[in-house]
Write a protein that binds this ligand. Structure first.
Ligand code: C5J
Length: 223
């Protein structure tokens, strides 16, 4: 296992303690990254997110090789929609609403093809998948209990989208006492300006929510 070290980061170097650190990959699902899914129904160009696949793939391989824990999240709802607030289903003017049938199955519904993680980053059988009905991965899930049971106090956070589920999760984690390192090239938004703003918010004011780095800087200390 990698020894305690520092990772080049902003606003200052991140004090990585590998024995207490997990990789948390947020919502790398077909519904956000492939056409015909939730992201596209909202009018987004899903190709804008695909640049994060390769940095995540390389990082995941190195992280697994180092024997460190990884957890994956998926945003989605029960088939009977009992965990979907009407306010979320009715918001905006999408081409298909959550629960409607699209080319990858019902939009953002657990068990459907579109809801699952893209093949490039598919979890191994012993890697927990946190299914969450909201944007934040701590809300109505057992993520905090799972992390605490493993003695995790630090999170490397990647995935999509930077200003929505990544940011919400980092804020929730920070309030629960976890130190978060967010990787700029392994996170993305449908709106590049929001990606940059979301990262700026995390590291502002001395790292009010956490640290920002990139996958190469982390790989440097892992490999
Ligand atoms: C969104 C997410 N953007 N995973 N979800 O609705 O960021």
């Amino acid at each position: 296992m990698t020894k305690a070290t520092t990772v080049k980061a902003s606003p200052y170097d991140f004090p990585l303690q590998p024995e207490n650190c997990a990789l948390l990959i947020i919502d790398m699902q077909r519904d956000f990254l492939e056409s015909g899914g939730f992201g596209e129904t909202l009018g987004n160009d899903v190709s804008l997110l695909r640049s994060v696949i390769e940095p995540n793939r390389r990082l995941l391989a190195a992280w697994r090789e180092a024997g460190l824990p990884v957890l994956h999240t998926r945003e989605g709802h029960l088939p009977n929609l009992s965990d979907l607030p009407p306010s979320k289903r009715n918001r905006g003017n999408p081409s298909l609403r959550i629960g409607d049938l699209g080319p990858m199955g019902r939009i953002l519904i657990r068990g459907e093809n579109g809801h699952d993680i893209i093949p490039e980053l598919y979890p191994l059988s012993d890697e927990p998948i946190i299914d969450k009905p909201g944007k934040g991965a701590f809300t109505r899930t057992d993520l905090e209990a799972q992390l605490k049971a493993r003695g995790i106090s630090q999170l490397v956070v990647t995935g999509v989208t930077t200003e929505v589920c990544v940011n919400t999760t980092v804020r929730e984690a920070n309030d629960r006492g976890f130190e978060c390192l967010v990787l700029s090239d392994a996170t993305a938004s449908y709106f590049p300006s929001m990606h940059h703003a979301a990262l700026a918010m995390i590291k502002a004011q001395g790292g009010i929510f956490g640290w920002v780095s990139d996958s190469d800087s982390l790989l440097e200390v892992l490999l």
